[in-house]
Ligand binder design. Structure first.
Ligand code: UD1
Length: 339
Protein backbone atom coordinates (compact mmCIF):
# COMPACT_ATOMS: atom_id res chain seq x y z
CA UNK A 1 0.00 0.00 0.00
CA UNK A 2 1.42 3.36 -1.02
CA UNK A 3 1.59 6.14 1.58
CA UNK A 4 2.63 9.73 0.91
CA UNK A 5 4.70 11.40 3.62
CA UNK A 6 5.11 15.15 3.11
CA UNK A 7 8.13 16.55 4.92
CA UNK A 8 9.36 12.97 5.08
CA UNK A 9 13.02 13.94 5.33
CA UNK A 10 12.47 16.07 8.44
CA UNK A 11 12.95 15.02 12.04
CA UNK A 12 9.63 13.34 12.82
CA UNK A 13 8.88 12.59 9.16
CA UNK A 14 12.03 10.52 8.62
CA UNK A 15 11.44 8.43 11.74
CA UNK A 16 7.87 7.83 10.62
CA UNK A 17 9.02 6.71 7.17
CA UNK A 18 11.23 4.11 8.89
CA UNK A 19 8.32 2.77 10.95
CA UNK A 20 6.02 2.71 7.89
CA UNK A 21 8.58 0.73 5.90
CA UNK A 22 9.12 -1.60 8.86
CA UNK A 23 5.38 -2.34 8.70
CA UNK A 24 5.57 -3.09 4.97
CA UNK A 25 4.14 0.13 3.51
CA UNK A 26 5.51 1.60 0.29
CA UNK A 27 6.44 5.19 1.00
CA UNK A 28 6.65 8.20 -1.27
CA UNK A 29 8.34 11.21 0.29
CA UNK A 30 7.79 14.80 -0.77
CA UNK A 31 10.14 17.36 0.73
CA UNK A 32 11.39 20.76 -0.45
CA UNK A 33 14.67 20.31 1.48
CA UNK A 34 14.22 23.77 3.02
CA UNK A 35 14.97 22.39 6.47
CA UNK A 36 16.26 18.90 5.71
CA UNK A 37 18.80 17.10 3.60
CA UNK A 38 18.61 14.49 0.85
CA UNK A 39 21.23 12.52 2.85
CA UNK A 40 18.47 11.54 5.26
CA UNK A 41 17.29 9.12 2.54
CA UNK A 42 20.51 7.16 3.01
CA UNK A 43 19.90 6.93 6.73
CA UNK A 44 16.37 5.62 6.17
CA UNK A 45 17.67 3.14 3.61
CA UNK A 46 20.43 1.93 5.93
CA UNK A 47 17.91 1.17 8.69
CA UNK A 48 15.18 -0.44 6.59
CA UNK A 49 17.13 -1.85 3.62
CA UNK A 50 14.62 -0.15 1.40
CA UNK A 51 14.93 3.19 -0.34
CA UNK A 52 11.69 5.14 -0.32
CA UNK A 53 10.66 7.03 -3.43
CA UNK A 54 11.61 10.69 -3.05
CA UNK A 55 10.40 13.73 -4.97
CA UNK A 56 11.72 17.19 -4.26
CA UNK A 57 8.63 19.31 -4.46
CA UNK A 58 7.53 22.66 -3.11
CA UNK A 59 3.97 22.29 -1.87
CA UNK A 60 3.49 26.06 -2.10
CA UNK A 61 3.36 25.70 -5.89
CA UNK A 62 -0.20 24.57 -6.49
CA UNK A 63 0.40 23.32 -10.04
CA UNK A 64 3.18 21.03 -8.76
CA UNK A 65 0.88 19.61 -6.12
CA UNK A 66 -1.75 18.94 -8.78
CA UNK A 67 0.81 17.31 -11.07
CA UNK A 68 2.10 15.14 -8.27
CA UNK A 69 -1.30 13.73 -7.39
CA UNK A 70 -2.21 13.24 -11.03
CA UNK A 71 0.87 11.05 -11.43
CA UNK A 72 0.44 9.18 -8.15
CA UNK A 73 -3.21 8.23 -8.15
CA UNK A 74 -2.64 5.05 -6.16
CA UNK A 75 -1.88 6.70 -2.82
CA UNK A 76 -3.89 5.14 0.02
CA UNK A 77 -3.06 7.69 2.72
CA UNK A 78 -1.16 10.84 3.48
CA UNK A 79 0.84 11.82 6.56
CA UNK A 80 1.38 15.56 6.34
CA UNK A 81 4.45 16.84 8.21
CA UNK A 82 5.65 19.49 5.75
CA UNK A 83 5.62 22.78 7.66
CA UNK A 84 7.87 25.37 9.26
CA UNK A 85 8.22 25.01 13.01
CA UNK A 86 10.40 27.69 14.59
CA UNK A 87 8.29 29.70 17.00
CA UNK A 88 10.54 32.79 17.10
CA UNK A 89 10.92 32.91 13.34
CA UNK A 90 7.14 32.73 12.96
CA UNK A 91 6.76 35.84 15.10
CA UNK A 92 9.06 37.77 12.75
CA UNK A 93 7.79 36.22 9.51
CA UNK A 94 4.09 35.54 10.05
CA UNK A 95 3.11 35.62 6.39
CA UNK A 96 5.82 33.16 5.48
CA UNK A 97 4.42 30.84 8.14
CA UNK A 98 0.85 31.20 6.93
CA UNK A 99 1.98 30.51 3.37
CA UNK A 100 4.21 27.56 4.31
CA UNK A 101 1.84 25.91 6.74
CA UNK A 102 -1.63 26.90 5.58
CA UNK A 103 -1.50 27.33 1.79
CA UNK A 104 0.26 24.00 1.44
CA UNK A 105 -2.29 22.23 3.63
CA UNK A 106 -5.14 23.66 1.56
CA UNK A 107 -3.53 22.57 -1.73
CA UNK A 108 -2.99 19.04 -0.49
CA UNK A 109 -6.54 18.79 0.86
CA UNK A 110 -7.96 20.16 -2.39
CA UNK A 111 -6.25 17.43 -4.39
CA UNK A 112 -7.15 14.69 -1.95
CA UNK A 113 -10.82 15.56 -1.88
CA UNK A 114 -10.93 16.09 -5.64
CA UNK A 115 -9.43 12.64 -6.23
CA UNK A 116 -11.60 11.08 -3.56
CA UNK A 117 -8.60 10.07 -1.43
CA UNK A 118 -9.73 9.36 2.05
CA UNK A 119 -7.07 9.07 4.73
CA UNK A 120 -5.12 11.97 6.19
CA UNK A 121 -2.92 12.34 9.27
CA UNK A 122 -2.04 15.86 10.42
CA UNK A 123 0.97 16.89 12.43
CA UNK A 124 -0.46 19.06 15.22
CA UNK A 125 0.95 20.22 18.53
CA UNK A 126 0.18 20.54 22.22
CA UNK A 127 0.84 24.23 21.60
CA UNK A 128 -2.91 24.45 20.77
CA UNK A 129 -3.65 24.16 24.52
CA UNK A 130 -1.36 27.03 25.61
CA UNK A 131 -1.01 26.97 29.41
CA UNK A 132 -3.80 24.55 30.22
CA UNK A 133 -5.73 25.14 33.43
CA UNK A 134 -5.57 21.48 34.41
CA UNK A 135 -2.74 18.96 34.23
CA UNK A 136 -2.30 16.43 32.77
CA UNK A 137 -3.80 17.89 29.60
CA UNK A 138 -6.71 15.95 28.13
CA UNK A 139 -8.02 16.34 24.59
CA UNK A 140 -11.03 18.13 26.13
CA UNK A 141 -8.89 21.01 27.38
CA UNK A 142 -9.90 24.18 25.56
CA UNK A 143 -7.82 25.39 22.65
CA UNK A 144 -6.35 28.71 23.85
CA UNK A 145 -5.56 31.76 21.70
CA UNK A 146 -2.26 30.99 19.99
CA UNK A 147 0.91 32.59 21.37
CA UNK A 148 2.63 32.71 17.99
CA UNK A 149 1.85 32.53 14.28
CA UNK A 150 3.39 29.04 14.32
CA UNK A 151 0.92 27.93 17.01
CA UNK A 152 -1.86 29.62 15.10
CA UNK A 153 -1.06 27.62 11.97
CA UNK A 154 -1.59 24.40 13.94
CA UNK A 155 -4.93 25.64 15.29
CA UNK A 156 -6.10 26.92 11.92
CA UNK A 157 -4.82 23.74 10.29
CA UNK A 158 -7.02 21.63 12.56
CA UNK A 159 -10.01 23.88 11.80
CA UNK A 160 -9.46 23.62 8.07
CA UNK A 161 -9.37 19.84 8.33
CA UNK A 162 -12.47 19.77 10.56
CA UNK A 163 -14.40 21.90 8.05
CA UNK A 164 -13.19 19.70 5.19
CA UNK A 165 -14.36 16.57 7.00
CA UNK A 166 -17.78 18.13 7.65
CA UNK A 167 -18.61 18.45 3.98
CA UNK A 168 -16.76 15.35 2.77
CA UNK A 169 -18.34 12.51 4.70
CA UNK A 170 -15.92 9.87 3.46
CA UNK A 171 -12.79 11.93 4.02
CA UNK A 172 -11.12 10.74 7.24
CA UNK A 173 -8.55 12.66 9.22
CA UNK A 174 -6.67 12.35 12.48
CA UNK A 175 -4.78 15.24 14.06
CA UNK A 176 -1.95 14.17 16.34
CA UNK A 177 -1.04 16.70 19.01
CA UNK A 178 2.58 16.13 19.90
CA UNK A 179 4.12 17.11 23.19
CA UNK A 180 7.93 17.57 23.04
CA UNK A 181 9.52 15.17 20.54
CA UNK A 182 13.19 14.44 21.25
CA UNK A 183 15.83 11.77 20.63
CA UNK A 184 16.94 9.96 17.51
CA UNK A 185 16.80 6.52 15.95
CA UNK A 186 18.84 4.13 18.17
CA UNK A 187 20.96 3.23 15.12
CA UNK A 188 22.06 6.90 14.89
CA UNK A 189 21.36 6.75 11.16
CA UNK A 190 18.75 9.53 11.43
CA UNK A 191 18.02 12.23 14.01
CA UNK A 192 17.37 15.92 14.47
CA UNK A 193 19.36 18.34 12.28
CA UNK A 194 18.82 21.85 13.61
CA UNK A 195 20.24 24.59 11.40
CA UNK A 196 22.31 27.18 13.29
CA UNK A 197 21.91 27.68 17.03
CA UNK A 198 19.29 25.23 18.29
CA UNK A 199 16.20 26.75 19.89
CA UNK A 200 14.97 23.52 21.43
CA UNK A 201 16.34 22.14 24.66
CA UNK A 202 17.74 18.74 23.71
CA UNK A 203 19.86 19.71 20.68
CA UNK A 204 21.25 22.54 22.80
CA UNK A 205 22.10 20.09 25.57
CA UNK A 206 23.86 17.64 23.24
CA UNK A 207 25.79 20.40 21.47
CA UNK A 208 26.89 21.76 24.85
CA UNK A 209 27.90 18.24 25.88
CA UNK A 210 30.12 18.10 22.82
CA UNK A 211 31.69 21.48 23.55
CA UNK A 212 30.10 23.27 20.57
CA UNK A 213 28.37 25.65 23.03
CA UNK A 214 29.99 27.00 26.21
CA UNK A 215 27.02 26.37 28.41
CA UNK A 216 23.30 25.86 28.45
CA UNK A 217 21.03 28.68 29.57
CA UNK A 218 18.17 27.35 31.65
CA UNK A 219 15.32 29.75 30.99
CA UNK A 220 13.89 30.57 34.40
CA UNK A 221 14.51 29.03 37.81
CA UNK A 222 11.66 30.68 39.67
CA UNK A 223 8.62 28.98 38.16
CA UNK A 224 6.04 27.50 40.54
CA UNK A 225 7.31 23.95 39.95
CA UNK A 226 9.17 21.59 42.34
CA UNK A 227 12.66 22.69 41.20
CA UNK A 228 11.68 26.08 39.75
CA UNK A 229 12.22 25.12 36.08
CA UNK A 230 9.57 24.50 33.41
CA UNK A 231 7.98 21.12 32.97
CA UNK A 232 7.42 19.37 29.63
CA UNK A 233 6.44 15.94 28.38
CA UNK A 234 9.46 14.73 26.38
CA UNK A 235 8.50 11.94 24.02
CA UNK A 236 10.99 9.74 22.16
CA UNK A 237 10.66 10.38 18.42
CA UNK A 238 10.56 6.62 17.71
CA UNK A 239 7.52 6.19 19.97
CA UNK A 240 5.95 9.20 18.28
CA UNK A 241 6.66 7.81 14.81
CA UNK A 242 5.00 4.50 15.72
CA UNK A 243 1.84 6.36 16.74
CA UNK A 244 1.53 7.68 13.19
CA UNK A 245 1.54 4.16 11.79
CA UNK A 246 -1.11 3.06 14.27
CA UNK A 247 -3.27 6.11 13.49
CA UNK A 248 -2.93 5.49 9.77
CA UNK A 249 -3.89 1.82 10.17
CA UNK A 250 -6.96 2.94 12.11
CA UNK A 251 -8.10 4.97 9.10
CA UNK A 252 -7.13 2.36 6.51
CA UNK A 253 -9.17 -0.29 8.32
CA UNK A 254 -12.12 2.04 8.91
CA UNK A 255 -11.91 1.71 12.70
CA UNK A 256 -12.26 5.43 13.36
CA UNK A 257 -15.32 6.54 15.34
CA UNK A 258 -15.79 9.80 13.44
CA UNK A 259 -14.19 11.25 10.34
CA UNK A 260 -12.18 13.79 12.32
CA UNK A 261 -10.38 12.60 15.43
CA UNK A 262 -7.53 14.04 17.46
CA UNK A 263 -5.17 12.54 20.01
CA UNK A 264 -2.50 13.76 22.40
CA UNK A 265 0.83 12.06 21.90
CA UNK A 266 2.99 12.20 24.99
CA UNK A 267 4.36 9.97 27.72
CA UNK A 268 2.12 11.34 30.45
CA UNK A 269 5.20 12.17 32.51
CA UNK A 270 6.30 15.74 33.10
CA UNK A 271 10.04 16.40 33.43
CA UNK A 272 11.68 19.66 34.44
CA UNK A 273 14.54 21.26 32.53
CA UNK A 274 16.90 20.23 35.36
CA UNK A 275 15.63 16.65 35.20
CA UNK A 276 16.30 16.63 31.46
CA UNK A 277 19.83 17.89 32.10
CA UNK A 278 20.39 15.21 34.72
CA UNK A 279 19.13 12.52 32.37
CA UNK A 280 21.69 13.68 29.83
CA UNK A 281 24.43 13.64 32.47
CA UNK A 282 23.47 10.11 33.50
CA UNK A 283 23.55 8.61 30.03
CA UNK A 284 26.63 10.50 28.79
CA UNK A 285 28.69 10.34 31.98
CA UNK A 286 29.42 14.02 31.48
CA UNK A 287 28.58 16.95 33.64
CA UNK A 288 26.84 19.68 31.73
CA UNK A 289 27.70 23.32 32.28
CA UNK A 290 24.54 25.32 32.71
CA UNK A 291 23.34 28.56 34.22
CA UNK A 292 19.88 29.61 35.28
CA UNK A 293 18.98 32.82 33.45
CA UNK A 294 15.83 34.88 32.92
CA UNK A 295 12.63 33.29 31.73
CA UNK A 296 12.14 33.00 27.95
CA UNK A 297 9.23 35.07 26.71
CA UNK A 298 6.23 33.02 25.70
CA UNK A 299 7.19 29.88 27.64
CA UNK A 300 4.41 28.14 29.47
CA UNK A 301 5.11 26.77 32.95
CA UNK A 302 4.04 23.20 32.65
CA UNK A 303 2.58 20.87 30.03
CA UNK A 304 2.23 17.11 30.04
CA UNK A 305 -0.26 14.82 28.41
CA UNK A 306 -3.13 12.76 29.65
CA UNK A 307 -2.52 9.79 27.37
CA UNK A 308 -5.47 7.50 28.05
CA UNK A 309 -7.34 8.44 24.86
CA UNK A 310 -4.38 7.44 22.68
CA UNK A 311 -3.65 4.41 24.90
CA UNK A 312 -7.20 3.08 24.87
CA UNK A 313 -8.51 4.08 21.47
CA UNK A 314 -5.38 3.90 19.34
CA UNK A 315 -3.94 1.06 21.41
CA UNK A 316 -0.60 2.85 21.48
CA UNK A 317 1.65 3.65 24.41
CA UNK A 318 5.17 5.01 24.70
CA UNK A 319 7.77 2.37 25.45
CA UNK A 320 10.95 4.42 25.70
CA UNK A 321 12.13 6.60 28.59
CA UNK A 322 13.67 10.04 28.88
CA UNK A 323 17.04 8.34 29.41
CA UNK A 324 16.57 6.29 26.22
CA UNK A 325 15.77 9.47 24.32
CA UNK A 326 18.77 11.33 25.72
CA UNK A 327 21.10 8.41 25.01
CA UNK A 328 19.93 8.25 21.40
CA UNK A 329 20.18 12.03 20.94
CA UNK A 330 23.71 11.92 22.37
CA UNK A 331 24.78 9.04 20.12
CA UNK A 332 23.40 10.90 17.10
CA UNK A 333 25.06 14.21 18.00
CA UNK A 334 28.44 12.50 18.42
CA UNK A 335 28.04 10.71 15.12
CA UNK A 336 27.15 13.75 13.01
CA UNK A 337 29.91 15.90 14.49
CA UNK A 338 32.60 13.24 14.06
CA UNK A 339 31.86 12.80 10.37
C1 UD1 B 1 8.68 24.58 21.49
C2 UD1 B 1 7.64 25.50 20.99
C3 UD1 B 1 6.42 24.69 20.67
C4 UD1 B 1 6.77 23.65 19.63
C5 UD1 B 1 7.91 22.79 20.15
C6 UD1 B 1 8.37 21.89 19.04
C7 UD1 B 1 8.14 27.64 22.12
C8 UD1 B 1 7.67 28.64 23.10
N1 UD1 B 1 7.35 26.54 21.97
O1 UD1 B 1 8.20 24.01 22.70
O2 UD1 B 1 5.39 25.52 20.17
O3 UD1 B 1 5.66 22.86 19.34
O4 UD1 B 1 9.00 23.61 20.55
O5 UD1 B 1 9.46 21.14 19.45
O6 UD1 B 1 9.17 27.79 21.49
N2 UD1 B 1 14.90 25.57 27.47
C9 UD1 B 1 15.97 26.06 28.19
N3 UD1 B 1 17.11 26.39 27.53
C10 UD1 B 1 17.23 26.27 26.16
C11 UD1 B 1 16.12 25.79 25.44
C12 UD1 B 1 14.96 25.46 26.12
O7 UD1 B 1 15.91 26.18 29.41
O8 UD1 B 1 18.28 26.63 25.62
C13 UD1 B 1 13.68 25.18 28.19
C14 UD1 B 1 12.45 25.97 27.78
O9 UD1 B 1 12.31 27.11 28.57
C15 UD1 B 1 11.35 24.94 28.02
C16 UD1 B 1 12.02 23.60 27.76
O10 UD1 B 1 13.42 23.85 27.85
O11 UD1 B 1 10.96 24.97 29.36
C17 UD1 B 1 11.69 23.02 26.42
O12 UD1 B 1 11.94 24.01 25.43
P1 UD1 B 1 11.86 23.71 23.87
O13 UD1 B 1 12.65 22.50 23.55
O14 UD1 B 1 12.19 24.97 23.15
O15 UD1 B 1 10.35 23.31 23.65
P2 UD1 B 1 9.01 24.12 24.02
O16 UD1 B 1 9.29 25.52 24.31
O17 UD1 B 1 8.28 23.34 25.05
Amino acid sequence: MKILVTGGLGFIGSHTVVELQNEGFDVVIIDDLSNSSAEVLEGITAITNKKPLFKKLDLKVKSEVQDFFNHHNDIAGVIHFAASKAVGESVNEPLMYYENNINTLVYVLQELTKLNKKNFIFSSSCTVYGQADELPITENAPVKPAESPYGNTKQIGEEIIRDTCKVNGDFNAIALRYFNPIGAHPSAEIGELPIGVPQNLVPFITQTGLGMRDQLSVFGGDYPTPDGTCIRDYIHVVDLAKAHVVALQRLLTGKNDSNFEFFNLGTGVGSSVLEAIHAFERVSNKSLKYEIVDRREGDIISAYAETSKANNILGWKTQLTLDDAMASAWKWEQKIRNK
